[in-house]
Design a protein around this ligand. Structure first.
Ligand code: SF4
Length: 752
């Protein structure tokens, strides 16, 4: 240990903004975190971390008495809260022995896994499962980055990245986009770096169009706000497409030469004239026309979304319509638009890092839900990659492209044993009791397992149901080398700022070490040649002709100059070689090749019968600082800033139900009820309420029935995950559709 201050340059991963920071420590203990001012344009591109409550809570995160520091084994009944501390090696021995037994008895497919938001190194969980023979990994991807990535891959042959910092060039500080259309996104809370970029762009004259059922802080910057009915993004976008085509406000040259299916899109879009769509969406026809004109006349325009559209019942259709709009704007792989970087220069293609070839076709075919929801599963992945390989010479990472088991189907298999039993499950930096839809079903599923293993920072409500809980190294305790799962050719690196183990104090391990430990015990030794992530990263970085240390010494980033319009020399990696407005991939998989609108399963229109009892539309999933999904609830500074879960209700509606601003209110759907504090919000339609997601209360007891208050204010008690109501193409579950009622919590029921 060193008594001197040690400073390491790293990248904060409390959220996805990737702020470059310096971790200052003494004797292995965190002293403070400062911005890394060596990064060019850090003042414009990266938000000021001094405003960030998450990073302010870093010391508490590291030293919190509830942080998991040693492996724990359940000694009482599941959920009884009785744990025994055991050594890492013993815990891994026991888990490996149990997994081996389950595999022998039920097959490798009986072992599943779920991950969280991708801020670690999941590829090695995938490697472990492939070597084991299981196709059943999943997680939050279907409602996170997954749909946008798979749809882009299907239509364009690669994922798109906002290489330019959206409105301004990351390194040059010049305006590169004339118009930004934000769809279902509130970057002021969700993406601080993006928010900063938009504010900077606004000063330089960028036009901002917002499509969001709520007025948020973004509204202050918007030139036009389309406040649509939740779940109606697809018809709204189709109507804008219709106007653009009608007015000829599109890039004819790009469309004629490089797009497939324009006439069919035009025909489909004609079914969505603004007057008709105004009735569906609640957006006046003149505003739809105005949006189309603003978007079409200010080229290049850029569309930014995430995750509003990803939470729709027809996420894949809405996202397809969004890419059609970009294509009409001529901004696919063009400056100021949807940049398609192509594969990274790092090592780590799926066949060498995730070992995709080790999973046999017979095991792939067993992936749960992949017979029905094919796009984000093996059928879609194999089809898409056959074109990717030809054009790019390399596949997109399996984790990056997202090839998931369908989580609602996986949970049902745990409970029913159909179509086959699922007996063991890992959750890795993820808390499905709070973050997956239909908590009651997830609870039943986790309780039914023979073996449930958690690798996490905390004993979350999910971890409380586990058999073994392993402590995980956080971003400050591990190095990082990031190319967005090999989707991007921008590369970020970070040193470990703190040790992952301090003898006698804590023993955290990375996901790599965790799965390597299990893999070696299960006969996979020759496939785990690197002892730790440092060695993995030396192997990955070799093609850049440098070592990890040299790379860090030179700044720890590699941003090659953009290489636009690659399609002119190589075509698009799609079946037609073009940008597919009409998706032949969707068609080959048996789906409608064009976006279309179908009223969602539970709305004021589709269920007027239910609406008599549940007269309001429920939406959830909107981000709010300082929490990040289900994290940070135990960090005092974060809880002081945001102590209670909030339901946002229009004051008119609240008055109708006698709910004052600050009152506790019940929110009830046909699936259950929770209570939250009411926040009056003028900028939400009186027919809509928004409930915050991710709430649990670490301060409440962990044993059942409390499970840290998981039934109190958890939005997913209200949501539906029935496969029949999931997105037909990729299987995502709807978080922006559903009916609810609200009523005041009576004094004797009140929390405070
Ligand atoms: S915004 Fe805050 S939490 Fe997110 S990366 Fe930056 S400093 Fe970390």
């Amino acid at each position: 240990m060193n008594d001197e201050m040690v400073v390491k340059r790293t990248v904060c991963q409390f959220c996805h903004a990737r702020c470059r920071v310096e971790v200052h420590s003494k004797n292995g203990h965190l002293v403070k975190i400062e911005p890394d001012k060596t990064f060019p344009r850090w003042d414009v591109v990266f938000p000021s971390i001094s405003d960030c409550m998450r990073v302010k809570g870093a010391k508490e995160f590291m030293e919190h008495p509830d942080r998991l520091n040693f492996p724990l084994k359940r000694v009482g009944e599941k959920g009884e809260g009785k744990w025994q501390k055991i050594p890492w090696e013993q815990a891994l021995d026991e888990v490996a022995a149990k997994l081996t037994k389950i595999k022998e008895q039920y097959g490798a497919e009986a072992i599943g896994a779920s991950t969280g938001t991708g801020r670690s190194w999941y590829k090695f969980m995938t490697r472990f499962l492939h070597l084991l023979g299981s196709p059943n990994q999943g997680g939050a991807s279907a409602i996170c980055h997954g749909p946008a990535v798979v749809v882009a891959n299907a239509l364009l042959g690669w994922a798109v990245r906002h290489r330019t910092g959206v409105t301004i060039d990351s390194l040059g500080g010049k305006l590169v986009t004339k118009c930004v259309m934000l769809i279902g996104i509130n970057p002021s809370q969700a993406y601080p770096r993006l928010w900063k970029s938009i504010r900077e762009g606004k000063k330089l004259g960028v036009k901002v169009i917002l499509m969001d059922p709520r007025a948020t802080m973004v509204t202050e910057l918007t030139d036009l706000h389309l406040q649509h009915r939740p779940g109606t993004d697809t018809p709204l976008l189709l109507s804008i497409i219709n106007v653009l085509i009608e007015k000829g406000l599109y890039d004819k040259e790009f469309v004629d030469k490089w797009c497939y299916g324009f006439d069919k899109v035009a025909e489909r879009a004609r079914e969505y004239p603004p007057e008709k769509v105004a009735e569906i969406t609640w957006v006046p026809a003149n505003k739809i026309r105005e949006a189309a004109m603003m978007f079409g006349q200010n080229r290049p325009a850029q569309i930014v979304h995430g995750m509003g559209m990803e939470h729709l019942q027809d996420a894949t259709g809405a996202i397809q319509a969004r890419f059609i709009l970009s294509a009409l704007n001529g901004t696919i792989d063009a400056p100021g638009g949807d940049y398609m970087p192509g594969p990274s220069k790092l090592r780590g293609a799926p066949e060498e890092e995730e070992l995709v070839g080790m999973l046999s076709p017979a095991q792939k075919a067993k992936q749960l839900g992949s017979d029905r929801f094919k796009l984000m599963a093996w059928p879609g992945r194999d089809l898409i990659q056959s074109y990717t390989r030809k054009v790019w010479g390399r596949e997109c990472s399996e984790v990056g492209l997202t090839c998931d088991a369908h989580m609602p189907t996986l949970y049902r298999a745990m409970i029913t044993g159909k179509p086959y039993p699922v007996k063991a499950f890992f959750t890795v930096f993820s808390n499905p009791m709070v973050t997956q839809a239909n908590t009651k079903l997830v609870y039943k599923a986790l309780k039914s397992l023979d073996l449930y293993v958690v690798h996490d920072y905390w004993r979350t409500p999910s971890a409380e149901l586990a058999d073994y809980v392993f402590p995980c190294a956080c971003w400050m305790e591990r190095p990082w080398l990031w190319d967005q799962y090999n989707e991007d050719n921008d590369i970020y690196a970070a040193e470990a700022g703190l040790p992952s183990t301090i003898p006698g104090e804590y023993e955290h391990r990375t996901g790599y070490e965790f799965f390597r430990g299990l893999g070696i015990r299960m006969g996979q030794e020759k496939h785990w040649p690197w002892k730790n992530l440092e060695e993995v990263f030396e192997w990955k970085i070799e093609p850049l002709g440098t070592t990890f240390k040299e790379f860090m010494d030179k700044g720890g980033y590699y941003f090659p100059p953009p290489d636009y319009k690659k399609y002119e020399r190589q075509g698009f990696a799609t079946p037609t070689g073009k940008c597919e407005l009409y998706s032949t991939i969707y068609e080959k998989l048996g789906y409608d090749p064009l976006p279309h609108y179908k009223e969602p399963f539970e709305t004021l229109v589709s269920r007027p019968d239910l609406a008599k009892e549940y007269p309001l539309m429920l939406i959830t999933g909107g981000r709010f600082h300082p929490m990040f999904h289900s994290e940070h609830r135990q960090i005092s500074s974060a809880r002081e800033r945001h102590p209670n879960p909030l339901v946002q209700i229009n004051p008119q509606t609240a008055a109708k139900f006698g709910i004052e601003d600050g009152d506790w209110a019940w929110i009830e759907t046909p699936r259950g009820r929770i209570r939250m504090k009411c926040q009056h919000l003028d900028g939400i339609d009186p027919r809509v309420v928004h409930v915050e997601h991710g709430w649990w209360f670490p301060e409440l007891p962990g044993e059942e029935p409390w499970l840290h208050g998981v039934w109190e204010s958890n939005a997913n008690v209200l949501t539906e995950d029935d496969p029949d109501v999931c997105d037909k193409i990729h299987g995502g579950w709807p978080l922006k559709t559903g009916l609810c009622k609200v009523y005041k919590v009576k004094t004797y029921e009140s929390k405070t």
